[in-house]
Design a binder for this molecule. Sequence first.
Ligand SMILES: [Zn+2]
Length: 482
Amino acid sequence: MKTKMGWGMRSRALFAGIGVLLAAFAADVLAAAEVRGVRLWRAPDNTRLVFDLSGPVQHSVFTLTAPNRIVIDINGAQLATKLEQLSLSNTPITSVRSAQRTPTDLRVVIDVSASVTPKSFSLAPNQQYGNRLVVDLFDQEAAAAEASAPQVAIAPSTPQSPVTPTQPAPSKLPPVPGGKRDIVVAIDAGHGGEDPGALGPKGQYEKNVTLAISKELQRQINQEKGFRGELVRTGDYFIPLRKRTEIARKKGADLFVSIHADAAPSRSAFGASVFALSDRGATSETARWLADNENRSDLIGGVGSVSLDDKDRMLAGVLLDLSMTATLSSSLNVGQKVLSNVSRVTPLHKRRVEQAGFMVLKSPDIPSILVETGFISNHNESQKLANRSHQQALARSIQTGIKQFFQQNPPPGTYIAWLRDQGKIAIGPREHVVTSGESLALIAQRYEVSMATLRSANSLKSDHLKVGQMLTIPAAALAAQP
Ligand SMILES: [Zn+2]
């Protein structure tokens, strides 16, 4: 009895002790975030791992060699998902393992077959996702190739150094003497990877529609002698917005075309639209709303500290102001041609080219347009957008507009310029779309024609020009003044 009592007391004390321990343990566990899922995306030069978390975490990443592996320590986290289900095909990753080092410290080890350079950052919750930890593994072969490639991007500069307007960044391929290079059209399929873009009523993803139309557009452009289409995004992965224009520049783009599908709070909204950059705010509230939405892409996919160089960003801003006006006129011109061709295959949302502050259109020296091919949020249009023959018709109309623009304005040294110089393409007079701040004198000077010629060719009663007005520019030879 005595012994029994003693055992009972001891066991109660023991249970109480365990209880305290369990409580402490539970509190710790509650404080830890859960890794609820891991997603993986393969891009041409990197592999992205996204850890979906129930809350914020601290983390560190380091590499180990022989054998090559990446270690990700996530403090204040527990694994609440399986890592084995990740599809690793086409990636340098051979396996992903994990160990719970303490109840709240998780270690993830990634075995890789080739050495990679890891970059990591955390992302705060947004409309689509909660807290995330992003680990990008950059292929070292791709990085080495990039480093040794000739730099056609904006030259580095210190933030304070003055920028001379006479030295714009070379972007287009240099004219080959006597050569007939192709006109390069960079085709940018909007969104991708963990950024699905807008959603259709039946769960269609904008990123898939844009890629399908972009690939079709590339196929059609490549069929046209003298033109070459280059895809900015070739598969289902995320590219930050500024990286998209960078890719276009590296490919020597003469034109940047971003393909999207609209969404609107109202399901009844429909029709295609074409946008060019606005330097002074959006032309309409809708345009502003849309620009906010499209630019949000970087908040969804994150830019981290990976590709953004503050110096380049600053310099790009300065160059932007210097050469944007000339580029914008070309953008509006090609935009109007694309819009009028698109109107033959689908209804338009707006009859004229709209202007908004889209990040992807901010190349200072490459004419850039953004085509919203229709509203994926509209039941009828979402079905059309997923339809193969409608995609082909849309691509054909965009391609036709682009071709018309370049037949009138071929970059020097291209096959199309050569054709025109040989008199082998019948072209109408050139056209110029007036942008804000442009005067008749400025336009006359730019096209090397007299103001009188411009006045008579356009039946102008005064020299006052309206923004968006289309001017006919007579051929310089015919307009030459004695
Ligand atoms: Zn979009």
